[in-house]
Design a protein around this ligand. Structure first.
Ligand SMILES: [Zn+2]
Length: 65
């Protein structure tokens, strides 16, 4: 059985579809964002950069292929 390389299938950074917890507006963000990202609908802070993987303020997070 050939071994599947996990790194190829799950890169460290990816695009995520998230949903604002306040107004429900969806948007696509980068998981390793270096900038704060605010909701375009209500101004809620959605993505908080940490230097590595960003903190996502969303109840729903879906990976975008
Ligand atoms: Zn919002």
């Amino acid at each position: 059985m050939p071994q599947i390389k996990q790194l190829v299938l799950t890169p460290r950074s990816s695009f995520l579809r998230i949903k604002c917890p306040k107004c429900g507006m969806e948007r696509i963000v980068f998981s390793n964002s270096k900038r704060k990202i605010y909701c375009e609908g209500c101004g809620e802070l959605l993505v908080i950069p940490t230097g590595g993987k960003a903190i996502i303020n969303s109840q729903e997070i879906k990976k975008v292929d």
